[in-house]
Design a protein around this ligand. Structure first.
Ligand SMILES: [Zn+2]
Length: 373
């Protein structure tokens, strides 16, 4: 029988994730796993600085004949913005890639402009075909799956890999980090966002037009080819500095007038709507629990503070929710009534739809990759 339980160290619970497990102290598998991993993956100290300095030196030396030292995928979010800031401090010649899917928070558009100007970085903005992108999004709503951002996530990884390959760039600086996002609730029936087969299977069932122009990354590209065949090396610099959320917002603001969005992934109207309304309403899932738990584990937030913040409303105001919904309905060319009807469909899992067998293998591939690295 289901009994509510919350971790006694972080704020993860079994309300939205029934796969969570607790030990006899009441600690959950999420924070326990991270704490085990941390000594070998997060270096917010002198050792980290030495490792990062050496890596940057290596990048500069290897790329001295090239036009660019590295690629940076830029979403406008705090992590990729801080990567640009850090790359600038190290005097790296960066090529920034941004996917403009038309769903950016206007504040993010301004933030990207400010950062690009201040760091004097070359920016490439890719615009996915609007008709196809909107049709893919509609298909996800109709399929009633939790991950409405799966296409968005897939395309940026594809763009980075493709750009690296086409321009012979040797390094990519990635914003993924232990300090702010070590804990990510995976829930039940999750499918990896790199699963092209899964995205196209959902679209085949619910889409209204053929997908001809949008290119996706596949799971084998992401986990097998990238590890063994790709010449693009991925570096995660934020794991080699003391990456504090409040301090980084302050530094970015002082540096170029960067404005914070008030929450992780609110740089896109789609992900803000997803995290603040769709997931909590439909699945009882509150992504802030993962984010705050990550901050608790990295020593940037107390558990009491996280519990207090979880009591705050998800959307800042009803007006903002209404305007986001209207924006998304217009984006897809449907009425608000239609959008509401999709939101109210019985919830499904991602894994209710066809997906690649490699999903089962990806944890093994990840382990293998770590050994190779
Ligand atoms: Zn925990």
């Amino acid at each position: 029988m289901y009994k509510y339980q919350r971790c006694t160290r972080c704020v993860m619970d079994n309300k939205s994730d029934r796969t969570i497990t607790f030990d006899n102290k009441g600690y959950c598998n999420y924070c326990s796993d991270v704490i085990k991993r941390m000594p070998t993956s997060y270096f917010p100290n002198e050792e980290g600085k030495k490792l990062l300095d050496a890596t940057i030196k290596q990048i500069k030396s290897e790329c001295r004949e090239d036009k660019f030292d590295c690629l940076v995928g830029v979403s406008g979010g705090i992590d990729s913005s801080y990567i640009l800031y850090l790359g600038y401090q190290y005097n790296l010649r960066m090529l920034a890639v941004h996917i403009d899917d038309g769903l950016d928070n206007p504040v993010a558009v301004e933030n990207i402009k400010k950062l690009i100007n201040k760091t004097n970085t070359h920016l490439i903005t890719l615009k996915p075909d609007h008709e196809e992108y909107a049709d893919l999004l509609k298909a996800l709503f109709k399929a009633s799956v939790p991950n409405l951002a799966i296409v968005q996530d897939n395309l940026i990884v594809k763009a980075i890999d493709q750009y690296g390959k086409d321009n012979n760039i040797k390094y990519s600086l990635d914003g993924n980090n232990i300090a702010h996002e070590s804990i990510l609730e995976h829930g039940d029936g999750n499918v990896n966002f790199c699963d092209k087969k899964h995205i196209l299977a959902i679209h085949k069932k619910f889409g209204e037009m053929p997908i001809k122009k949008t290119e996706f990354i596949t799971l084998s590209d992401r986990y097998l080819k990238r590890s063994f065949l790709s010449s693009l090396k991925h570096i995660r610099p934020l794991n080699y500095i003391s990456y504090n959320l409040e301090e980084s917002i302050k530094k970015l603001n002082e540096f170029c007038g960067f404005e914070y969005y008030g929450g992780k992934h609110y740089e896109s109207i789609l992900t803000r709507f997803l995290q603040c309304y769709y997931l909590p309403e439909k699945y009882g899932a509150d992504k802030r629990k993962s984010h705050y738990s990550s901050l608790i584990v990295s020593g940037q937030m107390t558990r009491d503070e996280a519990l207090r913040k979880l009591e705050e409303p998800l959307y800042l105001s009803q007006d903002l929710l209404d305007s986001d919904k209207k924006f998304l309905a217009d984006y897809m060319g449907v009425s608000l009534e239609q959008l509401d009807a999709w939101i109210n469909l019985p919830p499904k899992k991602q894994s209710d739809y066809p997906h690649s067998l490699l999903n089962e293998m990806s944890p093994i591939a990840r382990k293998f990759r770590k050994i190779i690295e």
